[in-house]
Design a protein around this ligand. Structure first.
Ligand code: SF4
Length: 153
């Protein structure tokens, strides 16, 4: 999916393929977590060509993910893996574009897809929907915890 570069971020973000790492190693890392919280943001669009609305929805989702991440760190969680939509979202333009080091490695978020998560298949096992109606766009995030960390029900 990422190699098809539909989002235009492949090779332009440290948190996206190929720079985020090899998919086999990332999937192995992900399998070290045993429970988690899947969440979604649903953005309303004016119509199916509302590119600005899609961008605004994606930005709002990234901001929610960053706020959640900050809250997790403030609560003292350290052994978790937080994945969000593609493109990290911390900086307006990733430092990768200028081939400079990541500006905020402690904040940077990779995507579910980069870690090999089939989001549409995963959602089928939840009460959420992958597609949420005409003129909407849905973004997902996933916070995974180790077995020895108490997880919410
Ligand atoms: S924190 Fe900034 S520089 Fe680092 S991966 Fe994210 S967007 Fe790129």
């Amino acid at each position: 999916m990422c190699e098809s570069n539909a989002c235009g971020l492949c090779g332009k973000c440290w948190m996206c393929p190929p720079d985020v790492g090899g998919i086999d190693a990332l999937m192995a890392e992900l399998r070290g977590y045993s429970c988690g919280i899947l969440y979604q943001s649903i953005a309303q669009l004016e119509d199916s060509f509302d590119f600005e609305g899609m961008q605004a929805g994606g930005k709002a989702h990234s901001q929610r993910s960053l706020a959640l991440d900050a809250a997790l760190r403030k609560a003292g969680h350290c052994e978790y893996l937080h994945l969000s939509k593609g493109g990290c979202g911390v900086c307006a333009t990733c430092a990768k574009v200028e081939n400079k080091p990541c500006r905020f490695p402690e904040k940077a978020l990779a995507s579910l897809e980069a870690y090999g998560v089939n989001v549409s298949a995963t959602v089928k096992h939840t009460s959420m929907k992958y597609i949420n109606g005409v003129n909407t766009v849905t973004y997902f995030g996933l916070i995974l915890f180790k077995e020895n960390v108490p997880c919410p029900d």
